[in-house]
Ligand binder design. Structure first.
Ligand SMILES: *Cc1c(COP(=O)(O)O)cnc(C)c1O
Length: 435
């Protein structure tokens, strides 16, 4: 091909891009259709049928949510409030636009839910644009404590022209350093403080943090992207009730819905500014195709009474214990490993997070590397992050979690050939699916 995708990317990335591009020869509609069909089929086989997906930032939608998914409706732009749409003839979509935020807000116990953001990143950008001005400071969790790209200067805050300061962090407590927080806030004067991380083993002390943030005249945002499935079920913690003014989250991780973002608050004045930041600020067509599966997902969580969330946490604790029995160094051991569906394993002495992730992927076990709070500045990611939200949906039981830990031990601790472990992983998936 003559066009280049990313000549500025790393040599590793460029080599892979060139490998893929070399296999793409036919750009006719039939050729493209065949290519995409093949890619989707291969993905479904490796990820959905045979793989053991321990990646924390994903999920599979329920059958009912999938059944109401209608991507083509996303091409019907529907802008403005029902009753005063920019476009005519969208009355039926008004039902989705009223129902979905209503059921999401009810589920969260919040007064207002804004569901039109396409992602949590865009939801966070909407919060930044509504509540800060260019040049302001925001305070966020350091990356080694799971602070997300959309909190850091290279992400959405940079787009808003914000200065970003890392919150003081207590690695032993797995939380913001409360003793150091008031001094930090007095010094840095952030307009907004962001908590909620991409790795969260234990709840934040939201009440303690909120008190200091309020004293400093700032607003507290809790990004529950990973925890949303637990938080919505009334488990882990209730950030708004505990003192955060704004809650954002991804709808496709533990929440288990379609890709998208939610912003929730109890404050009408904040809600109006946040809503205007989403539309007309950052969206025109918001993709109505997301709303139906999002509403069904929210209704299912509400009807479930916390059962799924509890199973995810129980599975995480069981898997963590099984991994420790295998000989892994599992984070949070002194506190029962985890209060969420996340597990973190320190693999610094097994070649580091990325190398371990790559070996496991060769065995059909998919997860990601992550920084851990005790790593040195600049040190490569020490950790592996695991989430149990998908394997619980797939029906993995206690004995299966032991088997997963053993397969991971085979690959990372006992030097087994990933390709042969891959057969066992696929066999385990088939066995579980057949029950
Ligand atoms: C995954 C994640 C996001 C980004 O979510 P998207 O919906 O993919 O944009 C934002 N914040 C945190 C803490 C995350 O872990």
């Amino acid at each position: 091909m003559t066009s280049e995708l990313a000549p500025w990317a790393s040599p590793t990335a460029r080599a892979r891009i060139a490998e893929v591009a070399g296999g793409i020869t036919d750009l006719s509609p039939e050729g493209v259709t065949e290519t995409v069909r093949g890619a989707l089929r291969d993905h479904a086989r490796s990820f959905d049928a045979e793989g053991i997906v321990l990646y924390a930032g994903t999920n599979v939608m329920s059958p009912a949510a999938r059944a109401v998914s209608d991507p083509p409706v996303g091409g019907r732009p529907s802008m403005g409030w029902p009753g005063e749409k920019y476009q005519a003839g969208l009355d039926a979509l008004d039902t989705l636009e009223v129902l979905t935020p209503t059921v999401v807000a009810r589920l969260l116990g919040a007064r207002f839910a804004e569901v039109r953001s396409h992602s949590a990143t865009m939801a966070n950008l909407a919060v930044y644009s509504a509540l800060t001005r260019p040049g302001d400071t925001i305070a966020v969790l350091p990356e080694r404590a799971g602070g997300h790209t959309s909190h850091h200067a290279e992400g959405a805050p940079g787009v808003r022209g914000l200065r970003v300061a890392d919150l003081p962090y207590d690695a032993d407590a797995f939380d913001v350093d409360l003793a150091a927080l008031p001094g930090f806030l007095a010094r840095e004067r952030p307009r907004l403080v962001v908590i909620g991380a991409s790795l969260l083993l234990f709840p934040h002390d939201v009440a303690g943090i909120a008190a200091a943030v309020a004293d400093a005249g700032a607003v507290l945002l809790y990004d529950a992207s990973h925890m949303a499935g637990l938080v919505a079920a009334g488990r882990f913690q209730r950030p708004l009730a505990e003192g955060a003014q704004v809650l954002t989250f991804s709808t496709y991780k533990s929440f288990g819905g379609p890709p998208g973002g939610v912003i929730a608050t109890d404050d009408p004045e904040l809600a109006e500014r946040l809503s205007a930041a989403v539309f007309p600020g950052l969206t025109a067509n918001y993709d109505a195709g997301r709303l139906a599966p999002l509403a069904v997902t929210a209704a299912e969580i509400m009807a479930d009474g916390g059962g799924y969330a509890d199973r995810c946490v129980a599975a995480a604790r069981a898997l963590a214990a099984a991994l420790q029995d295998q000989g892994f160094t599992v984070a949070g051991a002194a506190r029962g490993f985890t209060d969420s569906h996340h597990v973190a394993v320190d693999v610094a002495d097994l070649g580091g997070g990325r190398a371990a992730m790559t070996r496991l992927a060769g065995a059909g076990i998919y997860l990601s590397a992550i920084g851990l709070p005790w790593q040195e500045p600049g040190e490569p990611d020490r950790g592996l992050r695991i989430g149990t939200q998908e394997i619980v949906r797939r029906g993995f039981g206690p004995a299966d979690l032991e088997a997963v830990a053993a397969l991971m031990g085979d690959v990372l601790l006992r030097g087994a050939d990933p390709a042969s472990v891959r057969k066992s992983a696929a066999e385990l998936r088939r066995e579980i699916a057949a029950r």
